[in-house]
Every structure is written in C-alpha cells, then in structure tokens.
Design a binder for this molecule. Structure first.
Ligand code: SAM
Length: 232
C-alpha cells in the first residue's frame, strides 16, 4: 500500500490542500471524495453517523478512524476513545488533531476490549470479502466487554444490479454482488486496488446469528444505507 489516502489526509491537515481524492469501483465510474468531508464536523455528518454517535457508550474503539472525526467528537463529549487505522498518514493526522489514544493497527490485530466498537463510512468495507465476514465478526465479538455493542454501517447495493423492469441481474460465478474492487488515486498516482465489501442488512443479520451475535437495524438512510447494532 502506498498510503495515498494517508498522504491526502496529511496534506489537508498541513494546509497543503490542492486537490481531492478520486475513487472508482469495479461497478461504478470515477467519483470525487472531497478531503474536507473526511474532516467533517458533527453538523456535517450524515444522520446515520449522528445516530451511531448518539448510541455510543463506555470505552470506545473507532475502527478505521481515518482523520478521526468521530473519535474527536466523542472524546470532546467526555468518552475514552481509541482510534485505530492501517494508514500511517491517518494515524498521524488523528494524533495531530488531538485524538489521545491512536494506534497504527489492523482490526484483526486489536486485543483490548471495549463497550462500543464503531465501524463507520461503510464499515463492512473493512471485511473486504463476503468470505471474511465470520472471522471478522468472531474477532469483533472477542473485543466486546459484557453489555458491549458493535455499531456498523453499510449499504445494500442491489439497486445497482437492477434493470429498468425491476429485474435483478448478477453473475453468480462472481460471488456476492457487494464485493467490489476499489480504486483510489491522488495527485495522478494510483493506489494498489483494494477489495471493499458492501453488505445488505439481511446478509449481515444471517452472518451475525451464525457468529452468536444479535443484530438489529437501528437506522435506515435515504439511499439503501443502514446502521446496525450487534451485541452478544
Ligand atoms: C472509508 S475510510 C473511513 C474513515 C473514517 N471512519 C470516516 O468515517 O471518515 C476507511 C478507513 O479504514 C481504514 N482501514 C481499512 N482497513 C482497515 C483495517 N483492517 N483495520 C483498521 N483500519 C482499516 C482505512 O485506512 C481508512 O482510513
């Protein structure tokens, strides 16, 4: 990984903002990810994220914290928060912005336990593939304190496979339709492509049950997106 995402965050943090990140996926055209969005204030967060923040309690783990916007909000509300990210640039930006506990760590390397685990901005993306879901859920479950909760958002992208008559087309040989290749470029450089998972609620619910977790939809967004709460 070249960490172009982290470089972009660092540029923005260091007042060197000249351009945005360009993203694309195997099923969608190029799109712009504005850097200021990653530094969003509570007021600029979508309702699904505001809802997640309102449900947070106890000691909190912010997985894939990015620029740390959710961590900072919660820390300012008086919560103890740990932010983790696999991007070195993101970790540095969290530190520079004042997140008190930050670690350069992949989710599967985390060993401490928490009352709330947050995975936001398509949190299921971190699982990367449909096949990986059970191992990620098992690990997340092991990080929960008694009474703890996982708050995770995603989108049901089935609508992208619907034709004009409402029919659904999918190449069954290609596996689960929400598994996409994710391309990112910044300042004319291309990142190594990533796998990224969009997961519909029903599939998350089934996977959670197989892992011994309760799963409830706590908020539904306006564009097939949702926030789920999982607990033991
Ligand atoms: C879409 S960004 C979301 C950032 C932030 N949560 C937000 O809402 O602004 C996903 C973040 O997850 C991080 N990430 C990806 N895989 C990860 C993993 N296995 N463990 C921890 N962080 C990961 C990426 O580096 C990136 O910062």
């Amino acid at each position: 990984m070249k960490d172009l995402f982290g470089n972009a965050l660092l540029d923005y943090q260091n007042n060197n903002y000249t351009e945005d990140i360009i993203t694309a996926t195997s099923i969608s055209e190029e799109d712009t990810l504005p850097l200021p969005y990653l530094f969003r204030s509570y007021e600029d967060m979508p309702p699904i994220e505001q809802k997640a923040l309102s449900l947070a309690k106890g000691r909190i783990l912010d997985v894939g914290a990015g620029a740390g916007s959710h961590s900072l909000y919660l820390q300012n509300q008086g919560f103890k928060v740990k932010a983790i990210d696999t991007s070195k640039g993101a970790v540095r930006v969290c530190q520079l912005r004042g997140v008190e506990q930050v670690e350069h760590l992949a989710l599967l390397e985390e060993t401490e336990t928490f009352d709330t685990i947050l995975l936001l901005m398509n949190g299921t993306g971190i699982f990367q593939t449909f096949q990986n879901i059970p191992s990620y859920l098992k690990h997340l479950k092991s990080l929960l304190n008694p009474g703890g909760q996982i708050l995770i958002d995603s989108s049901d992208i089935t609508y992208m496979f619907e034709d004009e008559d409402g029919g659904f087309w999918q190449d069954l040989h290609n596996g689960y339709h929400g598994e996409v290749d994710y391309y990112l470029s910044y300042k004319d450089e291309d990142e190594v492509p990533l796998k990224w998972l969009y997961l519909d609620f029903q599939s998350l619910h089934i996977a959670a049950a197989s892992s011994g977790l309760h799963c409830e939809m706590v908020f539904e967004g306006e564009h097939f997106d949702y926030l789920a709460k999982l607990w033991i």
